[in-house]
Design a protein around this ligand. Structure first.
Ligand code: IPE
Ligand code: IPE
Ligand code: MG
Length: 231
């Protein structure tokens, strides 16, 4: 593997609502269609040899949406996540859920645990569903753990890194966002220190296997220097 390998891709899946509105459908229909695109993106990532795929599914700020939409999204995780076990296991997909588990409904927590346990031994790709996730919340959780462990100052970046959830997951090589917005919206703040970025107008429900290839090609055109002079 060299610097041109896209090992860890992060996707900010945006534009589900706009996809639905453009078709006079309720926003929820956009989320369902987004789910289909998500499946295609996982398969596209496997065929492009991506080993870690982080998907931003629900942010710590998304609780601000109308109750009905929040409920719908929570229910989608509780029902659709464990319903795809066959898909995960035939394709070697390990599912991990990243985020703050302290305030999610028990039904959702149970679905997450069931899916994580059932896919634990799959090793073709690790798909990290970022759910009730916020980069700032994640760093604060790491800091709280450090305090609880009574680790003495000086606290180094390496100590913080080891306390971030799933320290075995490598930094994100590229973060892409659909639907034309050019912001991180609190996604992978720590992990993105040296990631490349790609912003695409296409709405998330329109993404598919081929689009992952487009992203990989864009990534391979970048020169990464990590503070050095590049090769
Ligand atoms: C992304 O689509 C899905 C989530 C944030 C859960 P949006 O729901 O944000 O879609 P837009 O931005 O309203 O089009
Ligand atoms: C970011 O999308 C969060 C997810 C994709 C889950 P949003 O649609 O919530 O982001 P903002 O509010 O436009 O920044
Ligand atoms: Mg949005």
């Amino acid at each position: 593997m060299d610097d041109k390998d896209l090992i860890h891709l992060g996707i900010i899946m945006d534009g589900n609502g706009r996809w639905a509105s453009a078709r006079n459908l309720p926003r929820t229909a956009g989320h369902l269609e987004g789910l289909k695109a998500l499946r295609k993106c996982i398969l596209g990532s496997i065929s492009n040899n991506i080993k870690f795929l982080s998907l931003y599914a629900f942010s710590t700020e998304n609780w601000k949406r109308p109750d009905q939409e929040v409920k719908y999204l929570l229910n989608l995780v509780a029902t659709k996540l464990p319903a795809e076990l066959k898909f995960y296991n035939t394709n070697g997909i390990r599912i991990l859920v990243r985020g703050d588990s302290s305030n999610i409904p028990p039904k959702v927590a149970a679905a997450i645990k069931k899916t994580e346990d059932a896919t634990e031994n799959n090793s073709t790709i690790t798909v990290i569903i970022c759910f009730n996730y916020g980069g700032q919340n994640e760093i604060a959780r790491a800091v709280n753990e450090i305090i609880e462990e009574k680790i003495q100052a000086p606290i180094t970046p390496e100590i913080i890194r080891k306390h971030i959830q799933y320290p075995f997951v490598p930094p994100v090589d590229m973060i892409v966002r659909s639907a034309g917005e050019k912001r991180l919206s609190n996604f992978l703040l720590w992990e993105s220190a040296y990631s490349e970025f790609g912003f695409y107008d296409k709405l998330f429900p329109e993404w598919n296997e081929d689009f992952i290839k487009v992203i990989k090609n864009d990534f391979q055109k970048r020169t990464r220097k990590f503070g050095g002079l590049g090769k």
